[in-house]
Design a protein around this ligand. Sequence first.
Ligand SMILES: [Zn+2]
Length: 274
Amino acid sequence: MPELPEVETVCRRLRPFVSGKTIETVDVLDAKIIRGHEPEQFVAHLLGETIIDVERRGKFILFKLTHGYLVSHLRMEGKFFPHDERVNPVKHSHVIFSFTDGSTLHYNDVRKFGTMELKTNEELFVTPPLSLLALEPFDPNVTAEALHKRLSRMNVRAIKTALLDQSIFVGLGNIYVDETLFRAGIHPTRPAASLSTVEVEAVRQEAIAVLTEAIERGGSTIRSYTNPDGATGTFQETLYVYGQTGNPCRKCGRPIEKMKLGGRGTHYCPHCQQ
Ligand SMILES: [Zn+2]
């Protein structure tokens, strides 16, 4: 599943391709992807709309249109494939946008868990799904004090589980939580409420650093996930703990261990994270 850095990478690759293009036709080959409207209404609204920009909020891709937004979530396997010409639907093309300049954008989704939904400017941030999102670690309104207060109410919950819960931070998935906690030197099973303000600040800063580095490296290419044009991210080459089970820790040389925590594979160094 793509995480925040991979979705940001998708947005950065789509932005120069679609910005300024006007939608001529939309073919919805699988109505399951379309939420909130009937597919006919969805198509009717999009015809003649120009894509002004591509933005991101959490793991949602926001296509800013002349009127309102097209909000898309890739979920497990959703991918956008830009083409400079008309291309016949290939296997798993579920939505096809054709632009007035003759180029096309195909949305493919093998698992069909991804979504597309139209929102007006007024609805965008005050209705689900975006109204439900917490702040990103990058947001200047996220302070160590505010985070500490929220984590301190979580009693016995492990810090790893608390960070994966998107109500604290949005956009920190399994890979990036493991890397953040390693860099902050905090054991994943530590009760969230036991972290000091200083430790919470370390977590916040390392989360920003991990996500920023991952975005700069085009995200992580792991398992089946690749970027829309098939390009691969390289952040996985810099991982300290995720997927490194049994390898020597790059800080202390002792083997990285793996355990299950809240149902998720959790990677850590028992020496560096106490
Ligand atoms: Zn270590």
